[in-house]
Design a protein around this ligand. Sequence first.
Ligand code: FE
Length: 130
Amino acid sequence: MKIGELYRSGDFKGEKHVPVIVSPASVTAGAPLDVTVAVGTEIPHPNTTEHFIAWIDLYFKPQGEAFAYHVGHSDFRAHGESTRGANEGPVHVHPKATFSIEVSKPGTLIAVSMCNIHGLWESSLDLELS
Ligand code: FE
C-alpha cells in the first residue's frame, strides 16, 4: 500500500470533495498570484462539528522538475461551534483559502484536501507563463 493510492479525485461538478483550484491559467513570472482553493463550490460540502474539511494543502510542481514544492496549508479547526449545542449556531464556515504565491517557471498546481469522514482528495491545474 502506498499513500498515493488513497488520494481520490474526480470532477468537482459531480463530486463535492474534490478541491477546486481557482487561478489564472496564464501568469507572469515573478508577479504575485492569488490562488484560491475551495471544497464544495458546486455541490456544498457539510462543515459541521461532525463532518468537515479538516485541511487543504497546495503544492507547485515546476515543469521538468522531479519534486513538488509545498506552498500553502490551511487548517479548518473552527466550525461555528455553539454553546447551544452541535450545529445550533447562526454561522457556517466554508472550507476555502487563498494563497499568494509567485512562480518563475511553468508547472502544475496540486491541491489536496482532507475530509474527516471521506478521506483524501486531490486535483491539479496547469500554469503557463505569459
Ligand atoms: Fe465529507
